[in-house]
Design a protein around this ligand. Structure first.
Ligand code: BTN
Length: 266
């Protein structure tokens, strides 16, 4: 067992707030993608809360078919199995929930004041420090399970970024002036926040999560541009709608919602 694994297991054992999730933790060295590993476990009946964490991903994936740079020992590359009894249209709310959980965990465990860019990129000083990918499995139109994929750039140095990410991505270590992050502590805190907020969501619905999201958002109040099937549109971000879409108001005062895609903050 690696040192990281021993420490993480010890940390999780001592964390009573994780008692509701019995899925356990699978720690791996090198995988193509933790999403694939978690999916295999879910297909074999793994219970809710089962988490897969890898030291390195050779084919980590992001939203919109992008690759996710996942160098060895530098980040938290994690996927968690969720089995919510929800209609498919509610899954964007889970994406926002995961963003809130990770943002709170980063703030708590590292002191870095990350903020959420809709839907759930975590930014520090305008640069991306974490991405979240929620993938759902359906059978006959019913949600079977979701895999919440979380990628946190914990201890990458500027040199660890390929050219196309230089100036776009940042790490918690960079934002702490070179002070490395305790990945064990951070991973444990992420799992604890995720479990707590997920339990809150199942008991009380999206309302409390939406309030937390609003308070951590760096998108609300900003001027936004986005490409839609109807062309480029712009407006001021004024809130979330009840499904978790972003509510915008254009310069003619007209309101509209965006439910997916990528926004630009201008
Ligand atoms: C994004 O911002 O585009 C989402 C990035 C999600 C990356 C994480 S890393 C752990 C998990 N495994 C993957 O292959 N992707 C997610």
């Amino acid at each position: 067992m690696s040192n990281y694994e021993t420490l993480l297991l010890a940390r999780l054992k001592g964390n009573t707030s994780l008692s509701g999730w019995t899925g356990g933790l699978k720690l791996l060295e090198t995988v193509v993608s933790t999403q694939e590993e978690a999916k295999k476990l879910a297909e074999n009946g793994a219970p809710e809360g089962t988490a897969v964490i890898a030291e390195e991903q050779t084919g980590g994936r992001g939203r919109m078919g992008r690759k996710w740079h996942s160098p060895k020992g530098k980040g938290i590359w994690m996927s968690v199995v969720l089995r919510p009894n929800l209609p498919l249209m509610s899954t964007p709310q889970l994406t926002l929930l995961a963003g809130v959980a990770v943002c709170r965990a980063i703030r708590r465990a590292t002191g870095v004041e990350a903020g959420i860019k809709w839907p759930n990129d975590l930014l520090v000083s305008g640069r991306k420090v974490c991405g979240i990918l929620l993938e759902s499995s359906l059978s006959e139109g019913q949600l079977q399970y979701c895999i919440a994929g979380i990628g946190i750039d914990a201890n990458l140095a500027e040199d660890d970024y390929p050219d196309f990410l230089k100036g776009v991505g940042t790490s918690l270590m960079i934002e702490r002036g070179g002070l490395p992050v305790d990945r064990t502590d951070l991973a444990g805190t992420v799992l604890a926040e995720l479990e707590n907020l997920y339990t809150l969501y199942l008991e009380q619905g999206f309302g409390p999560i939406k309030e937390l999201w609003d308070s951590l958002s760096v998108t609300l109040g900003r001027q936004i541009a986005l490409n839609t099937a109807q062309g480029r549109r712009g407006g001021r971000a004024v809130g979330l709608d009840s499904d978790g879409g972003l509510l915008l108001q254009d310069d003619k005062g007209q309101w509209f919602s965006v439910c997916s895609g990528e926004i630009e903050m201008i």
